[in-house]
Design a protein around this ligand. Structure first.
Ligand code: IDC
Length: 333
């Protein structure tokens, strides 16, 4: 039976249109795994077995709201093999939460995304997407208020993870500075969602995971973000990851792409392969940037494609095609 199932899954991953029918009636990833926890450096499920969250991140919710729709998420789940969607809400760029964005509309989009994930048995990550505001403490009051309300809304929904600050960066934004911010926000979330998995950004655009081990957060279900763009970040950053894991730091790849750090430029397939090997070797969770058709290499959908779900191979960018193959292969692991 197991062999037949494996064969069916294998065949279903071949060719266009594979997936949906074959996966009907199967348990969703959330149904299989339930509430998540951190054990050592590993993300684990309700029964303590290792899990690997795999999925995509939206681009700015304010910019591409049309991609937060049921058919899109279902396509990602059934056709691609994703089990997670990250909902990225910029704080400071155009239309950001702190820069005149429509807060009610942004929160409604998050709510839609969280509910779609619940209905489809996927995990959802709520991402407070700091970027040009390099120090998360700048808007910590607003972040506290935001995470208080989010964690109250989703207190009883174990498919929700909270990402405290996308990418701390800039002079002086060291690990102790980020830690101070996290120590303000974590208790606020814990008051409502005592066991939810939290992802904390790290300094240098979420690259300094190796800085954590000397002084980690005092919270058993917090992981630490590592972000990479394969054409820019290579062996040096991979060594940092290995060191961090060796030192006992739970690492979560909550954003990456295979082009350069601008989100554009050439794809580096060799570096992407090296990252993929590292991710596989350590069962790291990984979330790809970004679910959009923006005219840049990281966008998963081609710029000239207007479809917001049910993409065929031809609708995908080079990055999108690479990612779909990777997700499909990992679904069968
Ligand atoms: C980029 C988007 C781009 C947008 C820009 C805003 O891809 O369309 O104009 O942000 O400044 C990150 C960030 C992520 C970036 C991405 C690519 O988390 O917000 O998105 N990147 O530059 N860190 C490293 C790369």
């Amino acid at each position: 039976m197991a062999v037949l199932l494996a064969l069916a899954l294998c065949l279903s991953s071949l060719g266009e249109g594979a997936g949906e029918e074959e996966y009907e009636g199967m348990k969703t990833y959330f149904e299989q795994h339930g509430a998540l926890h951190v054990s050592g450096t590993q993300l684990t499920d309700a029964a303590g077995a290792p899990v690997q969250l795999r999925g995509v991140s939206t681009l700015g919710l304010a910019w591409y709201p049309e991609f937060v729709n049921e058919d899109a998420f279902r396509t990602l789940r059934d056709e691609w093999g994703a089990n997670t969607v990250r909902l990225a809400m910029y704080t400071c760029e155009d239309g950001g939460y702190m820069t005149g964005g429509d807060r009610a509309a942004l929160e409604a989009l998050i709510d839609r995304g969280v509910k779609l994930c619940a209905a489809l048995g996927m995990y959802a990550i709520i991402d407070w997407h700091i970027l040009s505001d390099g120090d998360p403490n700048i808007y910590a009051d607003a972040a506290e208020d935001f995470f208080r309300r989010m964690s109250a809304l989703y207190a009883d929904q174990p498919h929700v993870l909270y990402e405290l600050c996308n990418e701390p960066n800039g002079a002086g934004v060291t690990w102790p500075v980020v830690k101070g911010y996290a120590e303000r926000i974590i208790p606020v979330i814990r008051a409502n969602a005592p066991d939810a998995v939290i992802i904390c950004g790290t300094p240098t655009w979420s690259q300094d995971v190796d800085a954590v081990a000397a002084d980690p957060l005092d919270d058993p279900n917090t992981m630490y973000a590592l972000h990479f763009y394969a054409a820019t970040h290579k062996a040096t950053l991979r060594r940092k990851v290995v060191r961090a894991l060796k030192d006992g730091t739970p690492v979560f790849v909550s954003e990456f792409s295979i082009c350069d750090a601008s989100g554009d430029g050439e794809i580096d397939y060799d570096s992407a392969a090296a990252w993929r090997e590292l991710i596989g070797a350590h069962d790291l969770s990984y979330i790809a940037w970004s679910l959009s058709n923006r005219d840049e290499s990281a966008a998963l959908i081609r710029a000239d494609c207007q479809k917001t779900s049910d993409w065929t191979e031809d609708d995908l960018s080079e990055t999108g095609r690479w990612l779909r193959d990777v997700l499909r292969a990992d679904r069968e692991r």
